[in-house]
Unconditional design. Structure first.
Length: 71
C-alpha cells in the first residue's frame, strides 16, 4: 500500500474516531488486515464456487449490484 493510500485511510479514520497519532501504525496495519480478510471472503464466497462457470462471474453478485464494470 502506498503512502498516499495510507494517509487517506488514516484521515478517514481520524474523522470518525478520536485516536492518538501514536496509534497510526497499529490502525493502518489493522485496516490492511481487515481489507485482506474482506477480499478473501469475497473470493471464497463469490469466485471459487463458480470458477468452472466463468459466465456467472461476468457480473457482480446480487449483494454487490452497485458495482459496475469501471471498478
Amino acid at each position: 500500500m502506498d503512502l498516499d493510500e495510507k494517509q487517506k485511510i488514516w484521515e478517514s479514520i481520524e474523522e470518525a474516531f478520536v485516536i492518538p497519532k501514536e496509534c497510526r501504525k497499529l490502525v493502518i496495519s489493522s485496516a490492511a488486515n481487515k481489507w485482506r480478510e474482506f477480499k478473501s471472503k469475497l473470493t471464497n464466497k463469490y469466485i471459487i464456487p463458480f470458477i468452472d462457470t466463468p459466465e456467472l462471474l461476468e457480473n457482480p453478485p446480487d449483494d454487490y449490484r452497485y458495482i459496475n464494470k469501471e471498478h
